[in-house]
Ligand binder design. Structure first.
Ligand code: ADP
Length: 346
């Protein structure tokens, strides 16, 4: 079972499984407050017969940013065009999508924090005034033509809200942070998706899969597919709690839902780097992984479950992080040992 990919431009066919992705907000589970606020904005825009304001979604991968970008255009009854931030190398890469926009259409840019500065600046007038400058011709014959665009809604998604510049962030009228899902919400997602995939699953098995899915729907979908394969190959196709446990054990997913890569991260931090503090780049170099992968994919859940901490001096394994690997966090050094003179009486 492969780890869910987020930083490649190539779409993961499993993530885009149209069977599992909700197409209306009423089918989405959880994120209740976000959905409520979006419904108000959508209803108001529809009443005014106006374009919906630009929306920015931020949060760890797999929590529903792209799903919202599928559902919102359906609610507004408008088309949508999907772009990946890293594939927009220069303003010209944006031009076809911008010039072909239909009235009130949605343009989705995933990983918007990865668009280069020149593309970002090109977006400013497109977002604010619905117009762009087109350069027609070459060299001394080049002319700038100011072109009006159809009013559109830009939906941006980012796993790193902090990397967005102020001017870009400020141009989004609606900004929503997506948080991790509760066990109950994830259990409902697993049961619904099992039904969509025509799999027999009992309540305790759904809860077992949900509890080991890092509070993330994409992970739950991946785990469910693996457990289905296991059930069909090793059992009679029915997913019971026992079958789910055996399948997840075989995939080396522990009871917290950590997979081999999460455990390698913890082991590197605890055993190789003495529990930290250490920079993400050092951990990444030791693991032979990219720092982006660690920061975007691995750390958010380890931080949330309080296995690690982020400090100004770097990453630190917590007492819970040490305990998870069966080691003890070394006691903080006694200051009197560091500065022996301080023990002397004055
Ligand atoms: P992101 O864009 O944040 O990385 P996605 O929107 O691609 O995440 O979500 C990954 C998968 O998780 C989707 O294909 C969908 O099946 C499932 N999913 C995400 N959010 C929800 C939700 N609120 N309810 C049900 N399923 C969801």
């Amino acid at each position: 079972m492969s780890r869910e990919k987020i930083l490649s431009n190539a779409p993961n066919p499993e993530d885009d499984d149209p069977k599992l992705r909700p197409s209306r907000m009423s089918e989405m589970i959880g994120q209740k407050r976000v959905i409520e606020r979006l419904r108000i904005a959508i209803e108001a825009a529809k009443k005014r017969k106006d374009v919906l304001g630009h929306i920015l979604f931020d949060g760890p991968p797999g929590l529903g940013k792209t799903t919202f970008a599928h559902c919102i255009p359906n609610e507004m009854d408008v088309p949508v065009d999907f772009l990946a931030g890293p594939s927009l190398k220069a303003p010209k890469d944006l031009v076809p999508s911008l010039t072909n926009l239909k009235k009130h259409q949605v343009l989705f840019i995933d990983e918007i924090h990865r668009v280069p500065k020149a593309v970002e600046e090109y977006l400013y007038t497109a977002m604010e005034d619905f117009r762009i400058d087109l350069i027609i011709g070459d060299g001394i014959n080049a002319r700038t033509h100011n072109m009006k665009l159809s009013p559109f809604t830009l939906i941006g998604a980012t796993t790193r809200a902090g990397m967005l510049t102020g001017p870009l962030r400020d141009r989004f009228q609606i900004r929503e942070h997506l948080d991790f899902y509760s066990l109950e919400e994830l259990t409902v997602i697993v049961k619904k998706n099992a039904a969509k995939l025509n799999i027999d699953i009992d309540e305790s098995a759904a809860s077992e899969i949900a509890s080991r899915s890092r509070n993330t729907p994409r992970v739950a979908n991946n785990r469910l597919r693996w457990v289905r394969d296991y059930a069909q190959s090793r059992a009679d196709g029915v997913i019971t709690a026992e079958v789910a446990k055996s399948a997840l054990k075989m995939a080396q997913i522990d009871e917290l839902g950590l997979d081999r890569q999460d455990i390698r991260y913890l082991e590197t931090l605890v055993r190789v780097c003495m529990g930290g503090p250490v920079g993400a780049e050092t951990i990444a170099a030791t693991m032979n992984a990219s720092a982006d992968t660690l920061v975007d994919e691995i750390e958010p859940f380890l931080l949330r479950t309080e296995l690690i901490m982020r400090t100004p001096r770097g990453r630190v394994a917590t007492v819970k992080g040490h305990a998870h690997l069966g080691t003890e966090k070394p006691a903080d050094p006694d200051p009197s040992e560091l500065f022996p003179d301080s023990r002397k009486e004055i």
